[in-house]
Design a protein around this ligand. Sequence first.
Ligand code: NAD
Length: 336
Amino acid sequence: MKFKRVVVTGGAGFIGANYVHYALNVHTDWQIVVLDKLTYAGNLENLESVMDQIEFIQGDITNPVDVHRALRGADAVLNFAAESHVDRSLMDPSVFVRTNVEGTLVLLEAARKEGVKRFLQVSTDEVYGDLHGSDHHSLETDPFRPRSPYSASKAGAEHLVFAYGISYGMDVVVTRGSNTYGPYQYPEKIIPLFITNALEGRPLPLYGDGSAVRDYMHAQDHASGIDTVLHLGASGEAYNLGAREQISGVQVADAILAALGKPSSLKRFVVDRPGHDYRYSVDPSKAEALGWVRRYSFGQGLRETIEWYMQNRGWWQRVRAKKEHQSLMQAWYEQR
Ligand code: NAD
């Protein structure tokens, strides 16, 4: 499948920006339109080096006027735009439903009216819910058991995407990526939070006993997986994207502290997240069968990511100085 004009919503966020950088390298003939509201998580610095190669529209995916403006003449839409932080969804779920569910609906409706060729929804392995106590790896055919407002809103969005495929014959595909890390990740998420806290000599907050495991995947591997599904995925299908890793919070903290030569005493065990999911793990065989190949082991990906945060102190220090970041840290961690 070939595309010329591609809309990337949420392209100023973490994975969206990684995808834009990836796509500009491999699809040199593409016109890329980024539609992004620039919420607390959106950052134009993430696109600074490529601004002259893309069209940037500041707009909201829940606003049909913004969405139609971005989608005019487009042949593919990749929907990365979302409220993405589970802890924030526990504090204020309503914006998660607005952006993640209603925003996806507005995009689908506009894509249908504008005759977009393919719609790709960036979803998450969290729709499968907690796999604690089993050694199962989630398959695309498994039922949804979302347990946080964030994962419930992502599951709701997926249902709409598949409904548009069936009801209106739209060509839709979905990716369900695992926990992702890499450059440009907002420092509320575990890996950049731990790296930046460690660099400043602050404690690394671990939920409960820190044993919850995630399948950490590098953002460039996530980007290449999305691109593979965009081009080769079968219409109406979902594809798991994961790294076949099982890494606990304590292992993440230990690896970061060791790499930075910081003391283990910086680990701080805090009251667990309510309804915390202890294990996610996907079987990515279906995407691998399309020819998707990951480049990063966790060790190499983490080393490069730590290096990036060390070399880009200004980027994260500016983010951390903002009110939105400080109020989350105070409201969420200082009570625990
Ligand atoms: P992020 O929070 O870093 O970025 C989200 C981007 O969306 C920001 O640029 C923000 O400004 C934009 N945005 C938010 N609301 C918007 C709206 N109403 N209209 C337009 N733009 C809006 O998120 P991320 O970590 O890059 O995640 C991107 C996507 O990948 C999300 O859909 C998320 O659910 C999914 N995902 C994330 C992970 C992960 O580990 N981070 C894993 C699997 C899937």
